[in-house]
Design a protein around this ligand. Structure first.
Ligand SMILES: Cc1cc2nc3c(=O)[nH]c(=O)nc-3n(C[C@H](O)[C@H](O)[C@H](O)COP(=O)(O)OP(=O)(O)OC[C@H]3O[C@@H](n4cnc5c(N)ncnc54)[C@H](O)[C@@H]3O)c2cc1C
Length: 450
């Protein structure tokens, strides 16, 4: 059996390795158009900010290593330009040589991921305007920072990557401004809708968050960025722009092969990660997957679910039945000394999903009050009115917030109630670690009364 895996960053290598594990006799070929496979992209902001030693290698596995240790034939700088599942053929362009060949395969796993969304405004091609998606972007950003007289960086988008990039710029001693129409950070995916702790920390670090959209990017005569214009008609001078306004799935290959897309524009898959085409499975940022609280299929571009969808796709592609169970949606970020953990739906998302939801907010301490290090944790639990079903929760605080939110993952995934959290679960108590009644349990008890 010959299996082709298309895309080699996170989902692709995971799928290829799992396919080889399940079917050791199969030939598994991984195609990646870029120069690397298997990169720790999530660490990029920390390399840029200097938290990681300069030169730290973010490549987890080289093509040689994946060949030696997993038996996967990895081909970098090979772009798949066409997929013909009916004939069992891939058209592959070897970017080094400029040659194009057709190769036969029995099964295909699409892991083409997502690309950083662009603003679509005039001037976006100016030198010094970057998106952050891969190591090629990272090296370009580092080169710009090392060689240009950068003093002020405009970060467009206050999501978790925008926030991490703004922190990285501050750590390099630069001025940073975030432009986000919400006028606050983490308004969307990493909902911290009930807490101001992160926004206060961002402001205290000297990063302004302006509720403005970029309408144009202006450059000097030599093509270097010098300012952004906003929808308020303001000009914000800068020597670098980081555009971090989300991602869009890379579906062109699937679409050209006649594979069905879902409502959100990603590749539609069933619970086995099977696409609408025979012999084609898909995984990672390119697919739409069901979220636990309401079963809605959405794009959820995170490495955690990329790996899990990859495993399911590879198992089914090699004949071992496996099913993707809806995801709880855990996402976290730590920046400017504050952490946020968010699981499941925010109140706004629950309402948007048509659920009759109610939010309960409490502030409680991270440790027992006797400890001077104890700091407030803001907890918001989102529950279904009437049933008490836990739909989601967000925790924000200087310590113990993000990982504590992981407690909610199995609860949200299986539709547990707040009563279970309040009354049946003994969360740990130890004075330097957590107070006698954990902030999550305090919130759950309150939610039972709301
Ligand atoms: C700065 C940053 C920080 C992040 N932090 C976190 C975090 O803290 N936690 C978390 O869970 N997630 C995080 N993520 C998200 C995570 O990196 C992605 O969810 C993950 O990379 C998705 O993996 P993927 O393989 O599906 O897609 P991608 O990473 O997009 O990889 C797809 C690959 O396919 C290749 N490709 C596409 N089309 C073709 C073709 N036709 N032929 C050949 N190759 C092709 C592309 O070149 C690309 O390398 C972060 C992402 C970024 C950018």
């Amino acid at each position: 059996m010959r299996i082709a895996v298309i895309g080699g960053l996170a989902a692709g290598p995971a799928a290829a390795a799992e396919a080889k594990r399940q079917a050791p006799d199969a030939t598994v070929v991984l195609f990646e158009e870029g120069p690397h496979i298997s990169v720790g992209t999530c660490e990029i902001p920390y390399l840029i900010g200097g938290r990681l030693e300069p030169g730290t290698d973010l490549v987890v596995l080289t093509p040689d290593e994946i060949r030696r240790t997993r038996g996967v034939d990895a081909r970098v700088r090979h772009r798949v330009t066409a997929l013909d599942p009916g004939r069992g053929r891939l058209t592959v362009e070897a970017l080094h040589f400029g040659s194009t060949t057709e190769e036969p395969f029995d099964r295909f796993i699409l892991a083409t991921g997502a690309r950083a969304r662009r603003l679509g405004v005039d001037g976006e091609d100016a030198a010094g305007v970057f998106t952050v998606r891969n190591l090629v972007d990272t090296h370009a950003i580092l080169r710009w920072l090392d060689t240009e007289p950068v003093r002020h960086v405009v970060v467009v988008g206050g999501g978790y990557i925008g926030l991490e990039m703004a922190e990285a710029m501050r750590e390099r001693g630069l001025r940073a401004t975030i432009l986000d129409p919400n006028g606050r950070v983490l308004g969307n995916t990493v909902a911290c809708e009930a807490s101001d702790l992160m926004n206060e920390a961002v402001a205290a670090a000297g990063v302004a968050v302006r509720a403005e959209r970029v309408t144009a990017i202006l450059a000097d005569d030599d093509g270097r960025v010098r300012a952004v214009r906003t929808d308020r008609g303001e000009l914000v001078g800068c020597q670098m722009v980081v555009v971090s306004v989300g991602v869009e799935p890379r579906v062109e290959l699937a679409q050209a092969a006649g594979i069905r897309l879902g409502d959100r524009g990603g590749v539609a898959v069933d619970d086995q990660m099977r696409t609408s085409a025979r012999r084609v499975w898909a995984c990672g940022d390119v697919v739409e997957i069901p979220r636990a609280p309401d079963g809605r299929r959405v794009l959820w571009p995170l490495a955690t679910t990329a790996r899990r969808t990859a495993r399911v796709a590879a198992r089914n592609a090699t004949g071992t039945a496996d099913r993707f169970r809806p995801f709880a949606g855990a996402v976290g970020v730590r920046a400017f000394g504050v952490e946020v953990g968010s699981v499941g739906l925010s109140l706004a998302q629950a309402e948007d999903a048509g659920l009759d939801a109610v939010a309960t907010d409490v502030r409680h301490l991270s440790r027992t009050a006797a400890f001077p290090e104890a700091s407030p944790i803001d907890v918001r639990l989102v529950t279904e009115r009437g049933t008490g079903r836990l739909l989601g929760g967000q925790l924000v605080g200087a310590e113990g917030a993000a990982l504590r939110s992981d407690v909610l993952v199995p609860l949200v995934a299986r539709g547990a109630t707040v009563r279970e959290l309040a009354e049946d679960l003994d969360l740990l108590y130890n004075p330097p670690l957590a107070p006698a009644v954990d902030p999550l349990k305090v919130a759950a008890s309150r939610a039972m009364r709301d």
